[in-house]
Write a protein that binds this ligand. Structure first.
Ligand code: AMP
Ligand code: FE
Ligand code: FE
Ligand code: ZN
Length: 294
């Protein structure tokens, strides 16, 4: 069983349609894939159709932009009821914050001598990756990575902060919506200082279900082993995933990291409990050969 629980489509900042993404997951030999676009469920319906057509197990999720102690933290949410008013509200605010930041980013880039117009940007909700892509198309930088490094990361001339939901609050909101939460790449890109073991323990007490251990951003020696030990200690599910963005991120190919079947089972058990406790109508895991209710 090969299980990849973190991928992006064109519904956020991936470069494949949900259909292409799910078909590629099947093609890559995965048995289970989760679609986890940033802050929304726009890719879900198309992904479900393709999963049933090509015969792959599909988990519906999202990656929510949150903040903890002043720093950005990405929170994976699996199988929540997307119509839950509190969750809807929170996602709307994040999407609105990202959209209204775009003009400010372009102004900041103007001041740095970079001339990109809003018409150069192609995206449902323009975030930094889409500004980066526009810079690539204009020949200003070679790759998305270059654009972040030189212009879009915090401290760089094009960086503009935006709204993010509070991490602990969001863990609770997702639980109310009948879903479960997993910290995405918690110790990637300097996250370790912000999320030391004692903080992860506090988040566990607030309802967190798991941490993403095997991720390309966990590249320093020993870091995955340390996180795996923390997961064991705190009885958190340890996941592993690609964080695939199509051509939008190199070295994140589908299935480059995977989740152990036993950990996946534990995750689904927690999801079943969360769903029952919430009394919300939560999405099912899409399974090959099992007909979905309309
Ligand atoms: P935003 O939410 O608009 O601030 O954009 C953040 C998104 O940009 C993240 O979710 C990543 O997918 C993407 N991202 C962050 N850093 C990089 C990077 N160095 N190269 C490519 N994509 C990145
Ligand atoms: Fe992304
Ligand atoms: Fe992320
Ligand atoms: Zn991601």
């Amino acid at each position: 069983m090969r299980i990849d629980l973190h991928t992006h489509s064109l519904a956020s900042d991936g470069t494949q349609t949900p259909d292409e993404l799910v078909a590629a997951a099947k093609e890559a030999g995965l048995d289970v894939v989760a679609i986890t676009d940033h802050d929304g469920t726009g890719g879900w319906d198309e992904a479900v159709e393709t999963a049933q057509r090509v015969g792959i197990e599909l988990v519906r999720g999202m990656e929510i932009s949150t903040k903890h102690r002043g720093r950005g933290v990405h929170l994976l949410a699996y199988l929540p009821d997307p119509t839950h008013p509190g969750l809807r509200d929170s996602l709307d605010k994040i999407v609105e914050g990202r959209g209204s930041r775009a003009p400010a980013m372009l102004e900041a880039l103007q001041r740095a001598g970079i001339d990109i117009s809003i018409d150069d940007i192609v995206a449902p909700v323009p975030g930094r990756p889409h500004v980066a892509d526009a810079m690539v198309r204009r020949g200003i930088v070679a790759t998305r990575d270059d654009a972040f490094e030189r212009y879009l990361n915090p401290g760089r001339p094009g960086y503009v902060d935006r709204y993010a939901a509070d991490l602990t609050t969001t863990i609770g909101t997702v639980a109310q919506a009948g879903g479960i939460t997993v910290l995405a790449h918690p110790w990637g890109r300097g996250g370790r200082r912000n999320l030391p073991p004692e903080e992860i323990a506090t988040l566990r007490a607030a309802g967190l279900s798991g941490i993403e251990v095997d991720h390309q951003d966990h590249s320093t020696p020993g870091v995955r082993e340390e996180l795996r030990a923390i997961a064991r200690e705190l009885d958190l599910v340890a996941t592993g995933s690609s964080d695939h963005h199509g051509l939008g991120k190199s070295n994140h190919e589908l299935g480059c990291n995977t989740t152990a079947p036993a950990e996946y089972e534990r995750l689904l058990e927690r999801a079943a409990t969360a769903s029952a406790t919430s009394r919300r109508r939560t999405p099912e895991v899409v399974r090959p050969g099992v007909r979905m209710e309309p």
